[in-house]
Design a protein around this ligand. Structure first.
Ligand SMILES: Nc1ncnc2c1ncn2[C@@H]1O[C@H](COP(=O)(O)OP(=O)(O)OP(=O)(O)O)[C@@H](O)[C@H]1O
Ligand SMILES: [Mg+2]
Length: 376
């Protein structure tokens, strides 16, 4: 349950008006685009458009016989003529049409607060709602970490992974009590999560040491088995059923473990990290244990086929090349993202990824929230 929430006052508005939400400007852009398409042989009609502060998406209904591939071939030409970065995307919600996304070079921030105060977030009914960002149609991107139930995050250095992990943590701190969700954080780079030490949602201090991190994952595996046995005693098929049956003092919180750069854990001798992840991710949905694993290096030895098979949900920021994009998303495209939180979010290799701008949250906002939850 989301508390009706004056905690959101701890966050800033980053609302910035600009050309891309100016109807007249976008109208001019549309006319130019229509003309361009015509000059290439009138492939289809622009039937509507969506404005967001960071991009405008023109929805194209292609003439019969035309495919998205043919439009994709025009991308570079369109880019040159329009003088904006352009992307041709499938639009998840709409059949048969696709989008020409014109992106700003300098995109304004999409604030976490704007997403959290959206109707979609407030009325999501999700158990662990995560305010992730805004998609290229201007719709908030929100997911339920309880259902996901795990997430792989990839992207080169500076692409926006850590801010995104902070979006996840903030979504939990501002909407879930420590009795509902406990966090575990691993930060081998020792730069990101230190400030969270001492908050009631953190069952153990932030872990920096790789060997300790492996031990924490082992502990999580053991905890899963303990839970499993307890649930059996209560005849409960999963954590929700168990928490309904258990009395107030015995309820189990969900546990979310966040690892900002898990690559080194893979390389620890005899750590069995991959095996542990495989075990945990298989059984975790029922036991209420969730993993969020991030890496700079989405190569096949880090995002192995075993890990992929067990964690279908992925968020990709800019990656180095199409091979890396294929490794993380099972398709190309992430290599063309612009950085600074430009991302593709996919709930499985068969699903069309949602193209979105990740929500921004500053370290000042994070500090305010930490102070507030410490005092609660
Ligand atoms: N959602 C976002 N909106 C706007 N700017 C962003 C966003 N995410 C990241 N940035 C910008 O990019 C910078 C780097 O982001 P971040 O620290 O999340 O990168 P990273 O992927 O974790 O990099 P590294 O792998 O080096 O840790 C931020 O300081 C910020 O300026
Ligand atoms: Mg980082």
């Amino acid at each position: 349950m989301i508390k009706s929430n004056n905690m959101y006052d701890l966050l800033d508005y980053h609302n910035i008006q600009n050309d891309f939400t100016d109807n007249e400007y976008v109208q001019t852009m549309k006319e130019k685009l229509v003309e361009l398409l015509k000059s290439y042989g009138a492939y289809g009609e622009i039937v509507e458009y969506y404005m967001t502060p960071f991009a405008v998406t023109f929805v194209v209904d292609p003439d019969s016989g035309e495919s998205i591939k043919e439009f994709k071939r025009l991308r570079v030409d369109l880019e040159v003529h329009m003088a904006w970065p352009i992307e041709i995307v499938n639009i998840v919600e709409k059949e048969g049409v696709f989008g020409i996304v014109v992106k700003r070079w300098e995109r304004p921030l999409i604030g976490l607060r704007d997403i959290m105060e959206s109707d979609e977030f407030i009325n999501s009914g999700y158990e662990i709602p995560i305010a992730a960002g805004m998609d290229v149609l201007g719709k908030p991107l929100i997911f339920d970490l309880a259902k996901t139930p795990h997430l792989l995050v990839a992207g080169t250095t500076g692409s926006g992974k850590s801010i995104f992990l902070n979006d996840i943590i903030m979504s939990i701190l501002l909407n879930k009590t420590p009795e509902e969700v406990q966090l575990m954080m691993v930060d081998p780079k020792r730069v990101e999560f230190g400030a969270y030490n001492g908050i009631p949602h953190l069952s153990k201090p932030v872990i920096y040491d790789i060997r300790e991190a492996v031990n924490a994952v082992k502990w999580l595996d053991a905890e899963m088995v303990v839970r499993y046995n307890t649930f059996v005693k209560y005849n409960a098929k999963d954590i929700d059923a168990y928490n309904m049956a258990a009395d107030e003092d015995n309820k189990s919180p969900r546990i979310v473990m966040i690892i900002d750069e898990y690559m080194e854990l893979m390389y620890q001798p005899e750590s069995e990290f991959e095996e542990l992840i495989q075990r945990i991710s298989r059984m975790a949905r029922a036991s209420g244990i969730h993993l969020v694993l991030a890496t700079q290096r989405p190569s096949k030895d880090v995002i192995t086929s075993n890990i992929k098979a067990n964690i279908p949900c992925r968020a990709s920021f800019t990656v180095v090349d199409w091979r890396e994009s294929k490794t993380i998303l099972d398709r190309t495209g992430a290599e063309k993202l612009l950085g600074n939180g430009d991302m593709l979010y996919s709930e499985g290799s068969a699903a069309i990824p949602v193209h979105a701008q990740a929500a921004y949250v500053s370290y000042e906002e994070i500090d305010r929230v930490i102070d507030a939850v410490r005092k609660n």
